[in-house]
Design a protein around this ligand. Sequence first.
Ligand code: AMP
Length: 185
Amino acid sequence: MTRVIFLGPPGAGKGTQAKTLADHWQVPHISTGDILRSAIKEQTPLGVKAKSFVDSGQLVPSELVQDMVEERLQKADTHSGWILDGFPRTVEQAAFLDNLLKKTNLGGAMVINLDVPDGVVIGRLLERGRRDDTEEVIRRRLEIYRSETTPLIDYYGDRKQLVVINGNQSPDSVTSNLKDLVVSC
Ligand code: AMP
C-alpha cells in the first residue's frame, strides 16, 4: 500500500515527482489542481464555482475540494494506494483527510515536504507559464502557501508522518531520493 502526500510551495516540483512516482508504483496520481482545471475547462458545476478562485490564486472553498477528494478516493483504482498532490492545503483539510483515512483502517499516509527556496520557485513558475502563473498571482499563491499550508509541516511532523526532501536539485536526483526513501519505509 503506497499512500503518499506531497507538500511544498507551488513550483517545488510536486506535480512532476508525483507523476513519475505514480507511474513507477502503479498507483493513481491525484492532483486537486488538475481535477479543478479540467472541471473549469469542461464548465461542470464544480468548475464554474471554482474558476474565480483558481484564476486569482486563492484557495477554492474547502467543502468543494473535500467532496471532490472523498469521491476520488472511493474509486476502485485507489485500492493499492495513491499519491496526493495539492491536497491537503490547510489544517482543516488535513483533519478531514485523517478522518476519511481512519474509516478505512489502513493507517496514515507518508507526507513528503519538497523543500525549495522562494527565489527558486518564483523563477520556475514564471518559466512554466500556466494561466495562473502571472507574477501577481504567483505572489498571492506563495503568501497563501505560507499562511495556510506551512502549518501542515508541524501538523504532520507532530504525528511523525513527515519527511523533508531537498527539492532544489535536478528532477532525477529528487526522484531517486524519493524512491530510496519510500522503499526503505
Ligand atoms: P495546483 O495545481 O496544486 O497549484 O493548484 C492550482 C489551484 O487550484 C490553486 O491555486 C487553488 O486555487 C486550487 N486548489 C488546488 N488544490 C486545492 C486545495 N486542496 N484547496 C483549495 N484550493 C485548491
